[in-house]
Design a protein around this ligand. Structure first.
Ligand code: NAD
Length: 258
């Protein structure tokens, strides 16, 4: 029985930089269930990596489209291209975030106006911009899933301006869910535990964070790419058809601890 009902569905996966990317874990699961994955990338380097990774999986003819979420023009062009090629978009994985390194390293009080705006633009506003561009092609309803982190609601060492961006991302997710629900488009966030990826390299004291989670989380370990991918599959699928506007924690229970 096809519980997920993702076979043949067109799912846009944004944010694969390399094999460690959370989005890559999700893409691999989507391939397994027969979805059509459409990748977007910002840097040519990421495009090259995606091509090589697809080669390893022996997958040819997969769409890889440029999309810089800091540019309205780039987003519009990307989704126009995807819409023309696939007609309908059934799902989007928004797995994109960025902040300037100095805004993570410096004291929070030193956050610059530019650094704040840049983190918000890339990591929170981009969800709204992408939803707007994709909506004309989400004519059969669908599911949008974004990646958040506990720093949205708690002060976590070294997360600083990105924590504020994730708070805005989660609030934007809820407003989008309320707005797009009438079109049967669901919008949810996965709050993933700490995973060693390229983005995580920018967070100072990441090793200490991993150790603390191991000691404190109810499951006494850290989560991983595959576990986050599994729950993202659920949130993209028929199984979660009654869920929208939620933040789902995949963090071995760490968020419940005092
Ligand atoms: P990653 O570095 O592999 O992925 C981040 C992606 O964002 C990269 O592919 C990068 O190219 C893309 N990106 C940045 N700026 C962009 C722009 N202007 N336009 C288009 N793409 C852009 O790291 P990841 O850990 O897989 O991060 C994916 C998401 O998961 C992020 O939102 C991150 O905050 C979130 N997250 C990560 C962790 C973790 O511990 N790794 C935990 C919780 C949430």
């Amino acid at each position: 029985m096809d519980l997920l009902q993702l076979q043949g569905k067109n799912i846009v996966v944004m944010g694969v930089a390399n094999e460690r990317s959370i989005a890559w874990g999700i893409a691999q699961q989507l391939f397994e269930v027969g979805a059509n994955v459409i990748f977007t990338y910002r840097k040519e380097r990421s495009k090259g990596k995606i091509e090589k990774m697809l080669e390893k999986l022996d997958r040819q003819n997969v769409a890889i489209v440029e999309c810089d979420v800091n540019s309205d023009e780039s987003i519009a062009t990307a989704f126009q291209q995807i819409g023309e090629q696939f007609q309908v978009i059934h799902g989007i994985v928004h797995s994109v975030a960025f902040a300037h390194a100095e805004d993570l390293k410096n004291r929070f009080v030193e956050t610059t106006r530019d650094g704040y705006a840049f983190a918000q633009d890339t990591s929170a506003y981009s969800l709204i911009a992408v939803s707007k561009a994709a909506k004309p092609f989400m004519t059969e309803g669908g599911s949008i899933v974004t990646m958040s982190y506990l720093g949205a609601e708690r002060v976590l060492d070294g997360y600083n301006v990105m924590g504020v961006a994730k708070a805005a991302l989660e609030a934007s997710m809820r407003y989008l869910a309320a707005d797009l629900g009438a079109e049967n488009i669901r919008v949810n966030a996965i709050s993933a535990g700490a995973i060693r990826t390229l983005a995580a390299k920018g967070v100072p004291s990441f090793n200490q964070i991993l150790h603390k989670i191991e000691e404190t989380a109810p499951l006494k370990r850290n989560t991983n790419q595959a576990e986050v991918a599994d729950m993202t599959m659920v949130m993209l699928s028929h199984l979660s058809r009654g869920v929208t506007g939620e933040t789902i924690y995949i963090d071995c229970g760490y968020n419940i601890m005092g």
